[in-house]
Ligand binder design. Structure first.
Ligand SMILES: C[S@@+](CC[C@H](N)C(=O)[O-])C[C@H]1O[C@@H](n2cnc3c(N)ncnc32)[C@H](O)[C@@H]1O
Length: 356
């Protein structure tokens, strides 16, 4: 018989682990429930998990009921799906999509372990832009409820290997599907300063777009920007010549916005959202309901325009002109919810409107 392999646990300085690999207890809630509870009680999200935003507001907007068919177009950790699914039973089902092949199998395993079997829950790795194709493959002509909670999950942000966060060092990747397309490092290695500046403006409303783009493109001559911390440093250095007051006011926002703009481009997030919004009306059953959570103005503008023009054309019976935002309690408990905006639309035939 083989001897079990003994692996030494990562050691860390101080009382609390800081680095991703040191925080192994948070990633194993079955073995270390007290650690996970402590992290949650301190207002943080345990690494390897994701706290769903605006849960009650989404349930109120979608009104899941027994027998209905729902799509969670951005399954993520399965936080919203776990809340919605029990309301669909008996008789209903949920189709969960996500573009991320790394996290999706873990999420599916977690949801299956909660007792959601094949008849109740179908999981597909797909962009939500491909929703009509997935529904056709499943023989579903239309669905009653659709949720999309856009952007990245905490699991993706926290894992240094994914390269999404400027707070932890890792390869500058940022792909939701790491086997497809160009990484952020590849994009930065070949993009022109003009195009990069335009991306920073369009995807993040970056006021220092030209300075940052010029500095990043000229720094390529010295060395390629291959890691997350190298990019963060290069953005800070790009703004080093600003007056001290402007630098203090900006803080790390230019770094955060640069990461966001690159991530949106690397994953063609706005292209996928446009395709999804265009396909939604054909996927929605009469009296269907759609809820979309956005995290920045570029996304919210697209959702607002699609719902508004759909309403004018009679595609949507009603839509939420004022987005719902997290309240103070949620903001305190989950600071990552701070830029979330929820908008809802009702399919044709929904006579009662959103107000009732
Ligand atoms: C904010 S998280 C969703 C979290 C989820 N609602 C929960 O409660 O756990 C966003 C998810 O959308 C996924 N995603 C981003 N763009 C996508 C796309 N075009 N198609 C499908 N999934 C996408 C990401 O991989 C990520 O898992």
């Amino acid at each position: 018989m083989e001897e079990p392999v003994h692996r030494r646990r990562p050691r860390y300085p101080g009382r609390n682990p800081r680095r991703f690999e040191e925080r192994y207890k948070e990633r194993d809630p079955d073995r270390y429930p007290e650690t996970v509870e402590k992290v949650v009680a301190s207002g943080k999200t345990p690494v390897g998990s994701h706290r769903p935003v605006l849960v009650n507001e989404i349930l109120a907007a979608l009104r899941p009921e027994p027998g209905l068919v729902a799509v969670d177009a951005t399954l993520g950790f399965g936080g919203h799906a776990t809340e919605i699914l029990p309301h669909l039973l008996p008789g209903g089902r949920l189709v969960g999509l996500d573009a991320d092949p790394v996290e999706l199998p873990k999420t599916e395993a977690r949801l299956r372990a909660l007792g959601f079997g094949e008849r109740t829950l179908t999981v597909r790795r797909s962009s939500f832009a491909g929703l009509p194709k997935v529904l056709a493959e499943l023989g579903l002509p239309a669905v009653d409820l659709v949720l999309a909670d856009l952007g990245v999950s905490s699991m993706q942000l926290d894992d240094p290997v994914r390269g999404f966060s400027f707070k932890v060092d890792g390869p500058l990747d940022m792909r939701m599907n790491p086997s497809r397309g160009l990484s952020a490092a590849d994009l930065l290695a070949r993009i022109s300063a003009e195009r990069l500046a335009a991306l920073l403006r369009e995807n993040s409303d970056e006021p220092y777009a030209a300075q940052i783009a010029d500095a990043l493109v000229s720094s390529r001559v010295r060395a390629p920007i291959a890691t997350t911390l190298a990019l963060a440093t290069a953005v800070r250095e790009a703004l080093a010549a600003l007056p001290q007051r402007a630098r203090e006011e900006a803080g790390d926002d230019p770094v955060r916005r640069t990461f966001q703009a690159l991530r949106i481009e690397v994953n063609d997030e706005l292209g996928a959202l446009r395709a999804f919004l265009a396909a939604l009306p054909s996927c929605l059953a009469p009296r269907g309901r759609v809820a979309i959570v956005t995290f920045h103005s570029g996304e919210d503008r697209l959702v607002k325009k699609a719902f508004q023009s759909g309403n004018r054309q009679g595609i949507y019976a009603d839509w939420s002109r004022d987005p719902v935002r997290p309240g103070p309690e949620e903001l305190r408990a989950n600071p990552r919810s701070r830029s979330a905006k929820l908008r809802t639309a009702l399919g044709p035939g929904a006579a009662d409107g959103l107000a009732s």
